[in-house]
Design a protein around this ligand. Sequence first.
Ligand code: B12
Ligand code: SF4
Length: 549
Amino acid sequence: MQTHPKGSDARILLSSVFGPYAQDDEFGSRSINPMELYHNQVTRAQGSFSLRMFHRSWGIMMIQENISAPCSVLDFPTREAFARELTTNHYDIVGISSIIVNVLKVREMCRMVRELSPDSVIVVGGHVAAIPALDAMIDADHIVRGEGISWMRRYLGEDENAPIRHPAIVSGLQTRIMGVRLPQRKGGTAATIIPSVGCPMGCNFCTTSAFFGGKGKFVNFYETGDELFDVMCGVEAELKVNSFFMMDENFLLHRTRAMRLLERMKEAGKSWELSVFASANAIRKYTMLELVELGVSWVWMGLESPRSSYGKLQGHDVTQLTRELREHGIRVQGSTIIGLEHHTPDNIVQEIEAAVDYETDFHQFMLYTPVPGTPLYQEMAEQGRLLKNIDFADIHGQFKFNFEHGAISREDSKRFLDWAFWRDFERNGPSLYRLCQTMLQGWQRYKDYPDPRVRERFSRQVKKIIGAYNAALWVMEREFRKVNRGVSERIHTLRREVEKEFPVVARLTAASLGPVLLWSTRREEHRLASGRTYEPPTFLDRRNWVSAS
Ligand code: B12
Ligand code: SF4
């Protein structure tokens, strides 16, 4: 590859695609596809109890941190903000980061760069690059597939193998639930740590695995537990956090690294909390005590049907595993695929009921979706089963099938998906209630544990339950009577248990804060019913910046 003539003196703009996102428009925004994690794909049927928050675009933040060129990151711009940045500063390179659904925005942004900043080199990266023949759809100079830090370093003539610096990233922002925006105090939200990209398991539908090399491959930014520990200490000091969201597709798979991290945490007395993604077979490499001591407090785990052929569940009793994790205070977020090859209208209801039976704290449902770049997509294309004329903006697993399923129609795929979300909510109640239950169980089990790091972690969590969460339980108990009386009674029992443990404070907060939360919850229900949506704010961060003379 030819390096940029200005090397590290080149001025770079890295931007995510423009909003607003939660609306239907000609650039591929979709109202069912807001720029939110939980409300988009996990708690979307939970009304005002849905957890709402935004996440920054970590890929371009990582690239910015790891090059020495002057670089601006523009996150969640409007089209106007993007145009303004292009015309008020001169950029040698404009990098656009996108996933597949937003390809039309990338096309429009390339057009804008050509018009407003014709000398800039346009580089497009992120998962959008997996679209075959993307170069014919957009006017870009470089389309970058796979890992972007090393590409950008190479392009600037820098050392692509230099150690990876980790930016201090606050994992979520503008968190909102039951109509209340939570205060954003320093240290109050977990930090995101990105130990690697990709996953060596190579499930045939998995876009992250395919994008970074597929089966047997992934890109590790931090090989050892020592490196990871140092990075986490740095971020802890900067953001004053003790909670980390480990953005690694299968964090627990790398046992040597995780166990060394645990050793270092013990030596330094770190009472950290870790939220991780992990497959069932990786979790089973650890005892519950190892997970608890490592601070694992939240696990996102694939729960594909036991009848599917994916190796990560083979031989594991997942019902037993999820129950055990929750009993040890580890919140479980399950992920279930709807529309696997063996699903039919006759067995799908039963399969969804079985997924709901796992009683996880959160449950993500996704349609089986051949996404460009994956082995599944290739397979479907070869079999002539990809549906024609499906907009890329609608290929994301939360709408309808984009392929000919053997037994389920495209229309029915959406009906089953929507029903799965509803059924999980209706039978298991709001996720907020479920996580209170898990946190209380953890505290009851570990409040006298010999390791003070573990005691401290659970006592931090239980303080939340005695406070605002108990008031929330009071509201959920009332509001859920209309949905499912049995669940409302279970919430009541949990509330009583909390109040038995902490009779004065828990009762006082429920009595004083409960009515206020009830009012804000109902107000939020009305707002949502009248079409209220939420959008992330725009960010502009500069690094190594000197104003152009
Ligand atoms: C955080 C996240 C989000 C955040 C949004 C973040 C944001 N600001 O855009 C939220 C939660 C809102 C979100 C929403 C959605 N997401 Co999302 N999300 C992720 C997640 C979990 C992490 C992304 C990340 O930061 N990874 C770590 C960084 C370091 O990796 P990276 O972003 O890939 O960046 C690297 C390279 O791609 C490259 N690169 C990236 N940008 C650029 C730019 C340039 C110029 C260059 C050179 C290189 C480059 O370099 C980086 C470093 O190596 C990924 C899964 C994953 N593990 O990656 C899914 C993922 C990206 N999301 C995905 C999807 C489908 C969605 C949704 C459509 C949800 C849904 N219905 O399924 C919505 C879309 C919302 C919208 N309207 O656009 C898919 C994308 C599939 C695809 N092939 O396009 C992924 C891969 C999940 C999956 N496995 O299905 N998401
Ligand atoms: S285990 Fe999860 S992250 Fe890894 S390839 Fe399979 S689906 Fe993807």
